[in-house]
Design a protein around this ligand. Structure first.
Ligand SMILES: *Cc1c(COP(=O)(O)O)cnc(C)c1O
Length: 488
């Protein structure tokens, strides 16, 4: 892929150059009370081919799953089937307005209801709130429902337990809702330390927020014991379901004693994500929390589908409020349902099995040259630490930079925090064995180079990108966000 250095569009522009042949503008009497522009408008003068090339090249700078392998751990960068895209673009769905009368959007409401049905079936849970717009938003939704349930019981509990391997959104969510966070350490096997957890459980604990499989790519073996212990002190069990892709069709979260869990449709059910969205994070609830779900809800009645939008419209519900304008990310719902229906139950089961198999293939193929912190097999992602780089002068970041020159998006680095210099690799089920073998061979070669002391090679990587090693700390601390003309 040739990556040409290209001047900014303002640097290419020349005054007076234009891609279209416009007629002279007739002179009108000013009616703007002196507010009319007097200086130049500042748009770059460009020919049409210049514009086409500029935007085409910009579009090619996007490093995405459609062009390359993207093993970013914790993100589930799987293939987005084109069938989903085709259906999301059907004009009957894409042209809807959220304020249309419900009698004119019965099909859309039925689609939301059908997807909700699948999410309940796959998780075994009683109810689902469809409106949250992302995983973190779902966490907020689930924890707000827990807070309301506690208030309804007349209890004011102040603490939320969060394992140290958790995604940063978990403690952030708890803090945003006014809870104090108690960190639970990980055991030597990468799972929650059960003794440390039980020692922290008392009547001041509102909930635990646990990820399963966890961010080390491991199934929390003691999850049912944890659920029982949490319930015994009257607290709730919130599960971060962002890693649901590893267990779809294999494990039903309801059977694990979970009270609320968000599902990242954009990860597990393959809608395009990255670069800030759009995402979708429906939250499934156990019967105990269902009455506190936020509005709106779709109800299936004898007269058809109906939207419940107001609190006084629900006789037995005590919704904690509303999270979002309108009803959720409709485009994501269409894609997720298309994904589910085109896979079928057997296909969903196979997809999660293959995701786990691929991650274990990577783990087993690299264990001898890199260092895996935990013994045994993994779930959907393979975790390595940086012990294999000890005394080489090469860091996790250096390996990631060298991968860029080989055409790979680096894995997730330095997360989870429970291991030193983490490499978190999530290949997903959509990669072929060939792709995995190529990636494994590259990492093996880089690990060997590091151990041979080729420090310069690493410190000069990447070599093939338009920008090489940038001062990332300075870029973050002193961001330059405005372009200033260098011309007079
Ligand atoms: C991705 C992720 C989240 C946050 O989801 P967003 O949709 O990015 O808000 C939370 N927890 C875990 C473990 C994740 O991987």
């Amino acid at each position: 892929m040739i990556s040409l250095e290209q001047p900014l569009i303002f640097e290419q522009g020349q005054e007076g150059r234009c891609g279209v042949d416009l007629q002279d503008v007739p002179v009108h009497k000013q009616r703007l009370s002196g507010l009319h522009r007097e200086g130049a408008i500042g748009l770059p003068g460009l020919s049409e081919p210049q514009v086409v090339r500029h935007y085409t090249r910009l579009s090619q700078k996007n490093y995405g799953i459609d062009s390359v392998f993207y093993p970013l751990g914790s993100c589930t960068m799987k293939h987005n089937p084109r069938l989903n895209e085709k259906l999301a673009r059907l004009t009957g769905l894409s042209d809807l307005h959220p304020l249309q009368p419900t009698s004119t959007v019965q099909g859309a409401l039925e689609l939301i209801d059908q997807l909700a049905g699948w999410l309940k079936a796959l998780t075994g849970m009683s109810a689902v709130a469809m409106s949250p717009a992302a995983g973190a938003h779902g966490e907020f939704c689930g924890m707000a429902a827990i807070k309301s349930a506690l208030a309804a019981r007349g209890e004011h509990r102040t603490k939320v337990l969060v394992p140290e391997s958790a995604h940063g959104t978990n403690p952030a969510t708890a803090a945003a809702l006014g809870f104090a966070i108690e960190v639970i350490p990980a055991g030597v096997d990468g799972r929650v330390d059960l003794t440390a957890l039980t020692a922290k459980l008392d009547s001041s604990v509102a909930a635990i927020m646990l990820t399963n499989p966890n961010t080390c790519g491991l199934f929390e073996r003691d999850i049912k014991t944890i659920a029982d212990a949490v319930h015994k002190v009257g607290a709730y069990f919130y599960c971060d379901g962002a890693n649901f892709n590893a267990i779809v069709g294999l494990v039903r979260p309801a059977d694990l004693g979970i009270d609320a869990m968000h599902i990242n449709l954009h990860k597990t059910f393959s809608t395009p994500h990255g670069g800030g969205g759009p995402g979708s994070g429906p939250v499934v609830f156990a019967a105990s929390l269902a009455p506190f779900m936020p509005l709106p809800m779709v109800a299936h009645t004898a007269q058809g589908f109906r939207l419940i939008e107001r609190e006084d419209d629900t006789s037995h519900q005590k919704p904690f409020g509303r999270l979002k304008a309108f009803h959720g990310q409709m485009g994501m719902f269409i894609r997720a349902l298309a994904y589910i229906l085109s896979h079928g139950a057997d296909g969903l089961w196979q997809a999660s099995g293959d995701a786990v198999l691929n991650a274990n293939y990577v783990l087993a193929s690299l264990r001898d040259v890199m260092s895996a912190p935990f013994p045994g097999t993994c779930m959907h992602e393979a975790l390595f630490d940086d012990r294999f780089l000890k005394d080489t002068g090469v860091t996790t970041l250096d390996i990631a930079k060298a991968l860029i020159d080989r055409g790979y998006h680096p894995m997730t680095m330095y997360f989870p925090l429970v291991v030193h210099g983490a490499f978190l690799i999530e290949p997903t089920e959509s990669e072929t064995r060939q792709t995995l073998d190529g990636f494994i061979a590259t990492l093996r070669e880089l690990a060997t180079k590091a151990k041979q002391g080729e420090v310069d090679f690493f410190h000069q990587s990447p070599r093939l990108t338009p920008r090489r090693r940038i001062d990332e700390t300075r870029a973050a601390r002193q961001p330059v966000l405005r372009w200033k003309s260098t011309r007079a």
